[in-house]
Design a protein around this ligand. Sequence first.
Ligand code: ATP
Length: 195
Amino acid sequence: MRSGIALFGGSFDPLHIGHLFIVEEVRYALDIERVFFVPAYQPPHKSEAPRASAEARLSMLDRALVERPGCSVLNWEIDRGGRSYTIETVERALETFPGTGKPKLIIGDDLCADFGSWEQADRLLELVELVIVTRGGSVESDIIKEFHLIDNSPLPVSSSDIRERIAAGRNYRDLVPSAVYHYIEDNGLYRSSSA
Ligand code: ATP
């Protein structure tokens, strides 16, 4: 029987099939009951603010996940505003979902090298079970010692590549869920490379 929860944070600017693929891989590998996607208002480790508004990123997630069992969206970081610190989200999850054990925290291996710079990184690692998915990089880190490593095939998809494709008028249709494609087209998102 599936049990426990996982948190999956990101900019989701926009949500793409790489995100969905790894969440299903993690649910399958670790028998997780529910994965919560947590869109960041302002990810502290990225130098630029997300291109789409928080509301637009949330709408894309809501539309894409509506018929995906075992997946939900938490808008906590967007409601909080400012810099989105994962430690605050994890502490709230522990209060909100008692009795579900240690939450799992899903990250791509591209985030491992800088994990030590995350707010209260040591405490964060005590509070969660870290789940690392591969993007073809390495899991090297000064502070990450214990983790679940998912043996996923890395899909070479990123939000930044999709934004560049849209700005350049190139094809991106099958890199995002269809609900996200229609939302981007209807709202003219990402068409200029600077706005
Ligand atoms: P950007 O290109 O704008 O930096 P991104 O594609 O990395 O965005 P994010 O929303 O920043 O997407 O990522 C959220 C989480 O998903 C991170 O932990 C990231 O490592 C992971 N992730 C994103 N794309 C993939 C992918 N193709 N395969 C595995 N993990 C991914």
